[in-house]
Ligand binder design. Structure first.
Ligand code: GUN
Ligand code: FE
Length: 417
């Protein structure tokens, strides 16, 4: 049993933050037992860590991030999706054929993700099994709860990133076989997106999804170009999402569709049917995608939405910055397309980044009793002339905070140094 004293903030529900100023939280074997304004007598002898004015919040979940693109962050951001993939992203991903290069890059990626308070993530690797296995094992060893995918692609990219269809399926099966029993970081099927995958490949992955009970991540209706390609290449499907539904990829485990910016009614219907998640990636949206998610409207229809850094279409690895950006983008959406759209609130954005997405990772993302204690202490955001309330500290952190404002990190109840 350990006791932590701080100001405590987490999402009560979609619209409300639960705020416990100057309170005590008890954690036993990595699980939250309770929160009190005055420490109960029975805990008086338990070890106490006092974070003073610090604000304790749940750690963040990143629902869409490309680890191999970490080295590209903040570069070539003046391109749009198709050109950005061909000129910037694919050449970088091809370098992960070299396991030594991959180790160096992936170590830095995992370190920076944790430093920025992300303890749960859905991560894309590359087509390369060895490099992607190293990424998954590194995250698993560090205790990060999440999913890592060996990317599948068998058309429309540079030659050294194209897989033979059969080999792609075989390599993926070996990856699932090896890691499906993992406790922390697990494998997930990762057909990159419709333009780079044949029907044969997607069907093969569907068979693996059933056999290994494994979910899927991909990019869904992310740009008008991608949506058009999906329709041209898979004319038998009414929408992008149906490509995966037809292959039986939607009901074996969690499904996370990156972006979901231009969905048709059919896309939305299918996502709702399977309780799938859309990963909203605000920075990526403004940099390479050029479209804005109907976040407020989709939330109101009950779609599960989490946030993604989408490194390196997005440039900032901290999911907290995406919470702020999602509020900003929802205002632009409402301004330019008022019909049916609304701005979202900061509590809604924080909920997407924590409690709502934490359901994918064993009920993390909250500090309610029973929750796994993955948490951060943030501080140093008030002004001498204006002390902020705990919830104001959280909002300001999302807008202007950096990893330097994260003063302590807890993973499964253990303090990380
Ligand atoms: N669509 C297909 N591949 C990618 C990628 O790597 N990043 C983004 N943002 N979109 C994609
Ligand atoms: Fe992406």
């Amino acid at each position: 049993m350990q006791i932590i004293h701080a100001n405590i903030v987490f999402s009560e529900d979609r619209e409300h933050l639960a705020v416990h100023p100057d309170s005590y939280i008890a954690v036993d074997k990595g699980v939250v037992k309770g929160i009190w304004p005055v420490l109960p007598e029975e805990y008086k002898n338990a070890p106490l860590t006092d974070h003073g004015d610090g604000v304790l919040i749940p750690a963040f979940s990143d629902l869409h991030v490309h680890a191999p693109q970490y080295l590209n962050r903040g570069l070539e951001m003046d391109l749009l999706l198709a050109d950005w993939l061909d000129k910037c992203t694919f050449p970088m991903e091809a370098r992960y054929a070299d396991p030594e290069f991959a180790r160096l890059a992936y170590d830095a990626f995992v370190d920076d993700m944790i430093a920025n308070g992300t303890m749960h993530a859905c991560v894309y690797g590359t087509i390369h099994s060895e490099a992607t296995a190293y990424l998954l094992e590194s995250m698993d060893k560090r205790g990060i709860k999440g999913f890592v995918g060996k990317v599948n692609m068998d058309r429309s990219a540079q030659d050294d990133l194209l897989e033979d269809t059969e080999k792609s399926i075989r390599d993926t099966e070996a990856f699932l076989e090896k890691y499906s029993g993992n406790k922390n970081t697990k494998p997930i099927l990762t057909p990159r997106f419709a333009p780079t995958c044949t029907r044969e490949l997607i069907n093969g992955l569907g068979r693996l999804g059933k056999k290994y009970n494994t979910g899927m991540q991909t990019h869904l209706v992310e740009s008008l170009w991608e949506e058009e390609q999906a329709r041209l290449l898979f004319p038998e499907c009414s929408c992008d999402t149906e490509i995966y539904e037809r292959a039986g990829l939607m009901d074996n485990g969690p499904v996370i569709g990156g972006h979901f910016i231009f969905p048709s009614e059919d896309d939305i219907r299918i996502m709702l049917k399977y309780d799938s998640y859309a990963a909203h990636c605000p920075d990526a949206t403004v940099s390479v995608i050029a479209g804005i998610m109907q976040t407020g409207a989709l939330l109101d229809r009950g779609l599960r939405i989490g946030l993604g850094s989408d490194i390196s279409a997005g440039h900032h690895i901290g999911v907290y910055s995406q919470a702020a950006r999602s509020v900003q983008l929802s205002k632009l959406k409402q301004f330019y397309e008022p019909e049916g759209n609304r701005k979202i609130t900061f509590p809604e954005a924080f909920w997407m980044a924590t409690k709502q997405s934490g359901k994918l990772f064993d009920g993390t993302g909250t500090l309610e009793p029973g929750a796994v204690f993955d948490a951060l202490v943030i501080d140093g955001l008030s002004d001498a002339a204006r002390k902020l309330s705990p919830e104001q500290v959280v909002e300001r952190f999302c807008y202007i905070g950096t990893k330097e404002n994260i003063k302590a990190r807890y993973l499964n109840g253990n303090a990380l140094c």
